[in-house]
Each structure stands twice: as structure tokens, then as C-alpha cells.
Write a protein that binds this ligand. Structure first.
Ligand code: AMP
Length: 298
């Protein structure tokens, strides 16, 4: 089954204890698409400026990602800059330049409209709603961030009513519900609409709440993490890509989808930006999936 993602396409400047990557390929929709394309056909909907390097477009195209929905408009591409602490769970955003993203209104080409699975990346909830008005997917997942939870809560609550799965950071569960306890927080979000909640806990893995059932997945303990930027979006891409491939959202499929999300996210952390993610294939995924099975089996 095909999958559409709407979200940011960016040039990221990232500093980590391992080094610095200046204006590299980034953006939530990029990490998501590169991960999901291992599993299923992906339509990327987003916007870039005239300065967006052709080699990045070529890389996405080579991976088989449908770019009919990637608009190129006059102006500069969205830019984001961040610096990680020694503790890679801590990150400061140094700069956000919306540029062409400021006036972005997603226009979905036919293939993107017809996809059965939809991922609404972390953008203004009013824009997420504009996407919903153009589509009738059978399964919708959404990501958001504290900015939208705090500044545009009413719009977000409206979109959540239509959403099947919410994939967010664990701290955002608190921002959204006021609940410090993840179980109670997830239950409170289920009252808002989504039946599936996947709170990500960075290097500590991910939880999955499906109606009244729970699953806990570890993250792969890694000796060298070079750059965790986009790991969350990569996780979402692996998760959604897998369920779109299986065309199923039963509990067992969702549990395996969480492991696939964790597998691809671990690759993203091995190099700056999506460089490592773009190199992997199904063999790499199968190998690391086996590592996860071994890691969590008892
Ligand atoms: P993550 O590490 O999963 O939080 O994702 C980082 C990616 O999100 C980077 O590639 C950024 O370009 C992108 N990003 C950062 N801030 C925003 C924003 N306000 N809206 C959309 N995308 C963003």
C-alpha cells in the first residue's frame, strides 16, 4: 500500500560532540521518506527554495520516492540549526529560518491523495487539517511538537479527532495532557481521538499503547552516536512504512512496526544527517532486526 508524508524538507546545520555538519540535507519528511521507502512506495509532499541542491533531489529520487508533491518556489529553503550537549539527549535549537516554509500550503498531487496511509509531519496543525481535507486515507498518523501544543492547541485538538496514531516524544505527552505518568498521559490522549500512542524515549526506546494494550521496545544500545537528528522522524518512517507494507494495524503488526522504526532510527544516528540511512537496504534492516530480537528476548 502507498504512503504519503507531508512535512519539512530542510538544510540543517548540526553540531554534536563528534563534529559539525553545515547545511546538510535534513527535514522531518526527508528522514521519514528515506526510512519508509525501504518498505513501501512513498509520496513526499513539501516545499524547497531555488537554492536546494539538485543532488539532494537526486538522492531522494534514486530511493524511489515520488517527488511530484515537492514544490520548488522562489526563495530560500527552510533552515534549522541545532547543537547537542555531551549528553546527546539534550539539544539546543540555535536557529530556525522558515523561509519558503512560511507560506507553504500543501497541495497533494493525485498519487499522494490516493495513498491509503498518511503521515502528518510536524507542521502547523491548520496545515495538517488542510491535508486531511484533500485525502481519505484508511490510516493516519501524526507528529507534533511543544510549539504547536502550546501555541495552537485548539487547532491541534481538532486534527487529533481524525487521527489513528500519535507518534511523539515522551515529554510532549506531558505538554499535551499535563500528565507526568506516561500511561495516564496516553489514556488522556486516547480520549482526544488517536487509539494508538507511541511515545518515544530517545536512547531509552519507545512505548506503544494500542487501546488498552501496551508494548515496550528498547533502543539499540550504541557505542558511537554521531548525530541523533531526525531519529524520531526516521522511527516514524520505519513504523508507518512497515504497516503500509503489511496493510494491517493489528497489535502484532504494530509491535513489529515499532521494532522496524527502532531499527532504522539506529542507523540514522551513525552518521550526520540522513547519510547512513540513505545507504542501508533490506539486508541491513533484517540483520539489525535480528539484533533487536536477541536484545529483548528472555
Ligand atoms: P528530530 O531530531 O526528530 O526532532 O527532527 C529534526 C528535523 O526536524 C531536522 O531535520 C529539522 O530540519 C526539522 N525541524 C526542526 N524544527 C522544525 C520545525 N519547526 N518545523 C518543521 N521541521 C522542523
Amino acid at each position: 500500500m502507498s504512503l504519503t508524508v507531508v512535512g519539512s524538507v530542510a538544510l540543517d546545520t548540526v553540531e554534536t560532540p563528534s563534529g559539525r555538519n553545515e547545511e546538510g540535507l535534513g527535514g522531518a519528511a526527508v528522514f521519514f521518506s528515506l526510512a519508509a521507502a525501504n518498505y513501501t512506495p512513498v509520496n513526499l509532499v513539501g516545499v524547497v527554495g531555488t537554492d536546494f541542491p539538485a543532488r539532494h533531489v537526486e538522492l531522494l529520487r534514486k530511493k524511489g520516492i515520488n517527488l511530484d508533491g515537492l514544490e520548488r518556489v522562489e526563495g530560500r529553503t527552510f533552515r534549522w540549526a541545532g547543537r547537542y550537549h555531551e549528553d546527546l539527549n539534550q539539544r539546543d535549537t540555535l536557529d530556525t529560518q522558515l523561509n519558503v516554509f512560511e507560506h507553504f500550503h500543501p497541495k497533494l498531487p493525485q498519487a499522494a491523495r490516493e495513498a491509503e496511509y498518511l503521515f502528518l509531519g510536524n507542521i502547523h496543525p491548520a496545515l495538517q487539517m488542510e491535508v486531511l481535507e484533500q485525502t481519505r486515507p484508511k490510516f493516519i498518523a501524526l507528529d507534533t511538537m511543544n510549539l504547536w501544543i502550546n501555541a495552537t492547541r485548539d487547532d491541534l485538538v481538532k486534527v487529533l479527532k481524525h487521527v489513528d496514531a500519535l507518534i511523539i516524544n515522551d515529554s510532549e505527552v506531558y505538554d499535551l495532557t499535563g500528565e507526568r505518568n506516561l500511561v495516564r498521559g496516553a489514556r488522556a490522549i486516547q480520549e482526544m481521538g488517536p487509539r494508538i500512542i507511541a511515545p518515544k524515549k530517545g536512547e531509552h526506546g519507545c512505548l506503544l499503547f494500542v487501546e488498552d494494550r501496551m508494548f515496550s521496545a528498547p533502543a539499540l544500545p550504541m557505542e558511537h552516536v554521531i548525530d541523533p537528528t531526525g531519529a524520531g522522524d526516521t522511527f516514524a518512517g520505519g513504523f508507518m512504512g512497515y504497516i503500509a507494507q503489511k496493510d494491517s494495524t493489528d497489535f502484532d503488526t504494530l509491535r513489529r512496526a515499532v521494532i522496524h522504526g527502532s531499527v532504522v532510527a539506529s542507523y540514522t544516528c551513525e552518521k550526520f544527517g540522513p547519510e547512513r540511512l540513505a545507504e542501508i537496504d533490506l539486508n541491513d534492516i533484517a540483520q539489525r532486526y535480528a539484533d533487536f530480537v536477541e536484545l529483548a528476548r528472555f
